[in-house]
Design a protein around this ligand. Structure first.
Ligand SMILES: Cc1cc2nc3c(=O)[nH]c(=O)nc-3n(C[C@H](O)[C@H](O)[C@H](O)COP(=O)(O)OP(=O)(O)OC[C@H]3O[C@@H](n4cnc5c(N)ncnc54)[C@H](O)[C@@H]3O)c2cc1C
Length: 356
């Protein structure tokens, strides 16, 4: 096999890159995927949150570009991305948490996210009837944050990429890069050697150092109409316990740190739910699943040319934000590869920041 650009990994990130390269005129893009179909990795496990409320400039800017692209997604790809601006509501239970949210909001405003605003406890409760926790003193809300459908975004880019001539090779596992000096010359795979000019690592949680996988759990209630789908993502900022409604079930999440075993995780989530969301106290859990975050050492993505090889690029380490940022990730990497410059400065995501 041979291609101009060889991408390893057909998750939402690899597929978005493939589409954006093809749209910029790269005619010979091949995506290698070790599974037999799309959706084998973390993308299918994601709950579909979208937010621009970050505490740092680069991630706010990634989200703003992604949001613009999600709004135009159906027109561009023919598939509904599922973007629904029901908001993200971060809750504070003490002054330190409120200050942290206020400081983050200053960064957001400076980047142009004008609609993000602080709310008092009464407004927080009005926005999210899930809150049954007397210790909430206020929070931060952004009405253009909300939700998307991870597999719709993946499918939209995959279908549009195929129409532009991108090839997908399933059941092909990348084993190693074959190198010659400062260049990668081929991908060594389970199905033989694939030659190319440009290579891209988009293998998600399996990308390799410095990215490490981190297991994350989700508990979904049985179907219930206690809250409707317009409930904003509601997050206790002290420990990131959060909930949303998807397809008639309430999804409960809590990023345990350090990780505990699955039963201890569920027991903690049920306790937090009883204490903070009493309206869910008697509603059973219907389903649980887990998946992998792709963590980088500083929890920001690595996006750009690899530190080691001049024609190897990486789009990895989104650290749990990979779906929401995928539209921006694909566009920015395609710009870098084709034009040598990006719409905005992505130096903060430079892969070389982790090399001596
Ligand atoms: C429980 C949970 C909830 C989440 N919620 C959200 C959310 O609300 N919003 C959000 O933005 N993100 C969320 N995420 C994170 C999100 O899922 C990831 O950031 C995103 O899916 C990363 O996309 P990807 O394409 O890099 O990875 P993946 O979707 O994992 O794709 C990588 C692909 O590479 C393939 N691959 C791996 N190794 C090889 C190899 N050697 N050769 C060939 N192919 C290979 C895999 O099979 C896979 O298909 C969540 C994750 C989890 C686990």
């Amino acid at each position: 096999m041979q291609a101009e650009v060889v991408i390893a990994g057909a998750g939402v990130v690899g597929v978005s890159i493939a589409y954006h390269l093809a749209r910029r005129g790269v005619r010979d893009v091949l995506v290698l995927e070790r599974a037999t179909d799309f959706g084998a990795g973390s993308t299918a496990k994601a709950t579909g949150g979208f937010r621009a409320q970050f505490d740092n400039e680069i991630e706010v800017r990634m989200s703003l570009l992604a949001r613009e692209k999600l709004r135009a997604f159906a027109e561009e790809t023919g598939v509904d991305s599922g973007y629904r601006p029901h908001g993200y509501l971060f809750l504070a239970c003490n002054d330190a948490e409120l200050t942290m949210l206020r400081n983050a909001q200053r960064v957001q405003h400076a980047c142009g996210l004008a609609e993000a605003r602080m709310v008092d406890a009464d407004e927080a409760r009005a926005l999210s009837p899930a809150i049954g926790d007397a210790s909430v003193i206020g929070g931060a809300f952004c009405p253009t944050d909300g939700f998307l459908r991870p597999l719709n975004v993946l499918r939209g880019y995959a279908e549009a990429a195929r129409r532009l001539g991108v090839r997908f090779a399933f059941d092909v596992e990348l084993r190693d890069w074959r190198t010659n000096g400062a260049r990668v010359v081929a991908a060594e795979t389970s199905q033989g050697v694939v030659h190319g000019n440009v290579f891209i690592n988009a293998r998600g949680a399996w990308a390799g150092a410095p990215v490490v996988p981190l297991r994350r759990n989700v508990a979904a209630t049985v179907p219930t109409d206690v809250f409707d789908e317009s409930l904003p993502m509601t997050i206790w900022s002290g420990d990131w316990f959060h909930l949303r409604v998807r397809d008639g079930r309430v999804l409960l999440l809590w990023p345990d740190d350090p990780p505990v075993d699955d039963d201890a995780w569920l027991a903690a989530v049920l306790r937090k739910t009883r204490e903070r969301v009493p309206r869910l106290a008697n509603i059973a859990i219907g389903e649980r699943w887990s998946g992998l975050y792709e963590m980088s050492p500083d929890e920001h993505a690595l996006l750009g040319r690899s530190a080691d090889f001049e024609n190897l690029y990486v789009a990895i380490g989104s650290s749990g934000h990979g779906v929401m940022h995928a539209p921006a990730t694909g566009q920015l990497l395609a710009e870098l590869i084709v034009d040598g410059a990006t719409s905005f400065d992505i130096t903060a995501l430079s892969p070389s920041r982790f090399t001596g």
